[in-house]
Design a protein around this ligand. Structure first.
Ligand code: AHR
Length: 501
């Protein structure tokens, strides 16, 4: 068995673990909202129609922020449709997902749901079919205590206190030709800057996210970020990044290396933002809101209803995830954490039913996908500061990445408690690797937990009837020998090791 060696030292801190790394995303898409978070006929539904079982799993997943209401949906959305008495709300055609939007859930319901889930709302604005005026109206509705038309309307609608939304996305994927009202980088950069400037006139201390590229494979990637940030640098705080990964042509080895692509993506966006900083003689830094990321088999699940129908809450993008998919999700979180110096927020896309860790039957059962587990454990145990690790790992050759490290890892250390957590993947498709961990500068740590997610069949999936068999299990090979932690990592596996004083 080959061996990977990991050296950890609490002195090598990258940045604090940012709770917003563990955000997610609720879009009016498919069954994410209707029969997902909202299902009034469900036995666990509360007085607002929200499923209690979903709220329970959202808390267990450790979600920090939730981006809403889209996604592509937001670029045609009129937020005013979703306020006031539900019976008087209009029914609209949603062009993005060729669906009918009943507007039963809108901004006030979403804010109530966030309070129940214990998450921070992150609102996206429509800069596709709308602009500065509508963004200001929504900001006034959400954040102004009272004494103006929109804020008083919110109070009349039952929300006496302001929603106090801090983070706002200035549109969604405006580089994409599929986006309603998509724009050139110069057009969008100008609109983003004008919208941000006006929003700050109403409330200066907002945190504003400009749209970056919808993927690093877009022909305009790089130039889009450069032009948008040149227009909007002083007005915004973040540039967004979106990335989805999937296995193609049975090439599991390349798929397992997906975090390499995420690393390069983040580093390219950081370089571009810093180049604009230098060229414009700016002092502040622009950080990344990685506000859509996940495994998504774009070609494997229905992505739009037939063009002759406009269903309400159709089954769309209901990907069914395997152990290999969960290992990739765990590795993508490792990549996000290691870039915590510049990635200040992230959103797993999405939360319920739509490319999601949580699945529901309408009016019925709820279950966890495989991807639920690495996310929940990382969110719970990545605490304190992210450590820079020294990793000496064997590698193998993959079609997509060439020489590819077999093992990838990140660690966190909580100065207050002295607890250390290590998150590690073995990307080999067929070979176990042993991991040897040396912890410097923190004598006396002992192993309190070692769990591994793996399966004889990397394509094994959880189901509504059995969502526990594939959950991470204690890894009995883990031990501390002569002050060094050793553990065997099965092929296609994700592992968490926890040490305490
Ligand atoms: O998350 C699904 C879709 O992916 C979102 O609506 C869009 O922003 C992205 O292309």
């Amino acid at each position: 068995m080959s061996t990977a060696r990991l050296v950890l030292d609490p002195a090598f801190r990258i940045a604090p673990v940012r709770r917003r790394t563990f955000g997610s995303f609720v879009e009016h898409l498919g069954r994410c909202v209707y029969t997902g978070i909202h299902d009034p006929g469900h036995p666990s539904a509360d007085e607002d129609g929200f499923r209690g079982d979903v709220l329970g799993l959202v808390r267990e997943l450790g979600i920090s922020t939730v981006r809403y209401p889209g996604g592509n949906f937001v670029s045609g959305y009129r937020w005013e449709d979703g306020i006031g008495p539900v019976s008087e709300r209009p029914t609209r055609l949603d062009l993005a997902w060729h669906s009918t939007e009943p507007n039963t859930v809108g901004v006030d319901e979403f804010m109530r749901w966030c309070a129940k889930a214990g998450v921070e709302p992150m609102m996206a604005l429509n800069l596709g079919t709308r602009g500065v005026a509508e963004a200001l109206d929504l900001l006034e509705y959400c954040n102004i205590p009272g004494g103006s038309t929109w804020s008083d309307l919110r109070r009349k609608n039952g929300a006496e206190q302001p929603h106090d939304v801090r983070m706002w996305c200035l549109g969604n994927e405006m580089d994409g030709p599929w986006q309603t009202g998509h724009k050139t980088p110069a057009e969008y950069g100008r609109l983003a800057a004008e919208t941000a400037r006006a929003m700050r006139q109403m409330q200066p201390d907002l945190e504003l996210v400009a749209c970056g590229s919808s993927s690093s494979s877009m022909p305009t990637f790089g130039e889009w970020e450069r032009v948008v940030l040149t227009e909007a640098y002083e007005q915004v705080d973040y540039i967004s990044a979106h990335a989805y990964y999937w296995e193609t042509d049975g090439d599991l080895a390349s798929f397992l290396g997906s975090a390499i692509d995420m690393d390069r993506f983040v580093e390219s966006v950081v370089s571009t933002a810093d180049a604009v900083r230098a060229a414009g003689r700016h002092t502040k830094r622009i950080n990344i809101s990685f506000d859509e990321w996940n495994v998504w088999y774009l070609d494997g699940a229905a992505s739009k209803p037939p063009t002759d129908s406009w269903p309400v809450a159709p089954v769309l993008l209901e990907d069914h995830y395997s152990v290999a998919d969960a290992v990739v999700v765990g590795n993508l979180l490792i990549s996000l954490l290691r870039h915590s110096d510049r990635v200040h927020a992230a959103s797993l896309a999405q939360l319920v039913n739509v490319i999601a860790p949580i699945m529901t039957e309408p009016g019925g059962r709820i279950w966890k996908q495989t991807t639920f587990h690495p996310f929940a454990l990382t969110s719970r145990y990545a605490v304190g500061d992210v450590l820079e690790v020294r990793l000496d790992t064997p590698s193998h050759t993959t079609a997509k990445f060439g020489d590819t490290p077999l093992v990838d890892a990140v660690a966190t250390w909580d100065e207050a408690s002295g607890a250390m957590s290590v998150f590690v993947v073995n990307r080999s498709v067929d070979e176990a690797t042993s991991l040897d961990v040396a912890v410097h500068g923190s004598a006396g740590l002992h192993l309190v937990e070692a769990v591994t997610m793996a399966s004889e069949d990397p394509y094994a999936k959880s189901t509504v009837d059995d969502d526990t068999s594939l959950a991470p299990r204690p890894n009995d090979t883990a031990s501390v020998v002569d002050g060094r932690l050793q553990v065997d990592l099965p092929p296609v596996s994700w592992t968490m090791l926890r040490l305490e004083p």
